[in-house]
Design a protein around this ligand. Structure first.
Ligand SMILES: [Zn+2]
Length: 219
């Protein structure tokens, strides 16, 4: 059984991880110091919680970023239950809500918790199961070519400054590693599964996020 661990020690266990770029700068405080290795698809300096819920990208393409929110139980934070959910070890007796979802086999590449801590579940080179039935610019099955980031939260509660900071840092890492993820190819789950999904929800400040990305691009 894989146990969620932190930072470098866990990254060392990650399949295919390239140990070569591990260094003193990978400290993982609110996303600062995270280093995405494009060769392995794993991000050093973040927590690693390997999920079995992934498969191969059919074309190897990585050209879309999908922003989600999740909390388990809903609107409860820092429970560790999202990590258990993505590892298929949610205890259905712990909360009535869990009974309805425990059999789902899902994952995302990343989770950003309320304190800005980042956890990776699936290599970006692999296909995580976050988007479901979806379409972006006429192309279906967005999991094939997208990276999924879950923000711990709900549709209606404001996300934290630490989450925006980590999200922006992680997004820049992704765009550097996978340049096909342009600003126009960052969207919400609700954008690619309208009528079925509502996340990241109206509380997510797209203007703040996009302005920060544009500012960093100009530096
Ligand atoms: Zn979602």
């Amino acid at each position: 059984m894989a146990i969620c661990g932190d930072s470098i020690a866990a990254s060392d266990r990650a399949p295919g991880a390239d140990h070569g770029i591990l260094g003193a700068n990978t400290v993982g405080v609110e996303g600062i110091g995270m280093q995405l290795d494009p060769a392995s698809g794993w991000c050093h300096g973040v927590q690693v919680c390997p999920s079995p819920n992934f498969n191969e990208r059919p074309a190897g393409e990585i050209s879309l970023l999908v922003i989600h929110n999740i909390s388990l139980p809903p609107a409860q934070f820092a429970t560790g239950k999202v990590q258990e959910f993505f590892q298929n070890r949610l205890d259905v007796t712990e909360h009535p809500y869990f009974a309805g979802i425990a059999d789902l086999r899902v994952s995302a590449h990343f989770l950003i918790e309320r304190d800005g801590s980042v956890t990776q579940f699936v290599s970006c080179l692999e296909r995580a199961w976050h988007a479901g039935v979806s379409m972006f610019e006429g192309r279906e099955t967005c999991n094939d070519f997208s990276v999924g980031i879950e923000l711990e939260g709900t549709d209606d509660l404001p996300f934290t400054d630490a989450q925006y900071q980590a999200l922006i840092t992680l997004t820049r890492q992704l765009q550097t590693a996978f340049p096909a993820i342009t600003g126009a190819r960052i969207c919400g789950h609700s954008d690619i599964a309208p009528g079925r999904k509502t996340d990241p929800g109206p509380a997510f400040d797209w203007a703040r996020y996009r302005a920060a990305l544009a500012q960093e691009e100009g530096q």
